[in-house]
Design a protein around this ligand. Structure first.
Ligand code: HEM
Length: 364
């Protein structure tokens, strides 16, 4: 029997069964992450996350897009370590303030709700990084996309780096070769890059990342449809316009292959989407065409690539920590003397810290 990770009936469609089979088979690559990591320590994990994600998406369909994007922005910057969730501290400016994230990332309150519930049910057990990986899967499923088996066992990082986030997150103004090299640096080939970009079948963009490609700063937009260009110009008359543009002009709340169909019609909202079908696109455009024709292969490749994304530079074993609040690194076990504060950094990186932290909670 296949380990269907989301057993509730609305999630099961004829595609899902097949995708689960292949995605599981692909995950025999070397990884220390495991689907059953929390089966004893927090068996309620998947039910809790599914309940909160489902409620959030029913309240606002766009939340599915915002939540799944968090996993991408977490994993592409110093690996899947939950660092995207860290607030600024005196020691570092976090990733939330990076160019691609500021006033753009959403859904932190949903992650908080999940974490609070999990801390009540299974204290100090489930990492914020694992929550993001599971939330991404459930968000995609919630709006009609493929399912996959989520692997767990990631631990949370203890620092975040705005400079790295500015360097590692792709920009909407990147050229095709820049995007390719960015995804290659994270272990993805061209086809996987195109499959992952299919995430833009849901959600919205602000005018801020769109406007520079409309008014002359970026010029290689051969593929844009004239009527769609006029629509974008009208919606985003200047970079400061507060409007939102759907990334998939037809069905922004449904995970389907329309993103690719729209690209081929010249209706790509972001410059980085349009370069995939630009005349210089070559092979990339072939992948767009094949996904536009075949939902099954898009769903399968997308699901596989998301599993692979979840394995980028993970912290496991005794590395990192299990944050009790995703916004902050756990407080040091004892900061009363200067000698203890000087050892804080190394202590936070060990599991023994977890034990000390538990003690601190028991003895306030
Ligand atoms: C190919 C490189 C990519 C670039 C340059 C890019 C860039 C962007 C930009 C500029 C936005 C709009 C942000 C805003 O206006 O606030 C956006 C939205 C979004 N991106 Fe990407 N992205 C890329 C790949 C991906 C990937 C790989 C995923 C996930 C697997 C993803 C998921 C999303 C989602 C779901 C949204 C909509 C979010 C919402 O509505 O809140 N993107 N992206």
């Amino acid at each position: 029997m296949l380990p269907l990770s989301s057993p509730s009936s609305p999630y099961v469609c004829k595609f899902v069964f097949m995708f689960m089979l292949v995605v599981n088979a692909a995950s025999t690559e070397c990884t220390t992450l495991k689907p059953d990591f929390y089966s004893e320590s927090c068996p309620q994990l998947e039910t809790i996350v599914r309940t909160v994600v489902s409620k959030a998406v029913q309240k606002e369909a766009r939340m599915a897009a915002s939540l799944m994007r968090l996993e991408f922005h977490d994993c592409f910057v110093q690996g899947c370590d939950g660092s995207v969730l860290l607030d600024n501290t005196a020691n570092f400016t976090g990733e939330k303030d990076a160019i691609g994230n500021l006033n753009s990332l959403r859904g932190f309150d949903v992650i908080d709700e999940i974490k609070e519930w999990l801390e009540r049910e299974c204290p100090q057990t489930v990492s914020c990084a694992d929550i993001l990986a599971l939330v991404a899967r459930d968000s995609v499923v919630e709006v009609g996309g493929p399912s996959w088996t989520v692997e767990y066992g990631r631990r949370d990082g203890v620092t975040a780096n705005i400079t790295l986030a500015n360097e590692e997150l792709p920009s909407a103004l990147n050229s095709g070769p820049q995007l390719q090299s960015n995804f290659e640096s994270k272990g993805f080939n061209l086809q996987q890059m195109v499959a992952l970009s299919g995430a833009h079948t849901i959600g919205y963009a602000r005018c801020l990342p769109i406007a520079p490609s409309l008014y002359g700063k970026v010029t290689d937009d051969n593929s844009i449809n004239r009527g769609y260009l006029l629509f974008l110009e009208k919606t985003c008359p200047n970079g400061a316009a507060p409007a939102l543009v759907p990334l998939d002009n037809d069905t922004p709340a449904k995970f389907d292959k329309d993103y690719y169909t729209n690209l081929l019609l010249g209706n790509g909202a972001l410059h980085s989407d349009r370069v995939m079908v630009d005349s210089a696109g070559g092979t990339v455009k072939d992948y767009v065409v094949s996904y536009a024709e075949d939902t099954e292969s898009f769903f399968l490749d997308f699901a596989q690539a998301m599993v692979q994304m979840g394995r980028i530079q993970t912290l496991t074993g005794s590395q990192g920590q299990i944050r009790t609040n995703c916004h902050f690194v756990n407080p040091p076990p004892c900061s009363s003397s200067s000698s203890s504060s000087s050892s804080t950094k190394s202590t936070l990186k060990t599991t023994s810290n977890l034990g000390l932290h538990k003690l601190q909670h028991q003895n306030p």
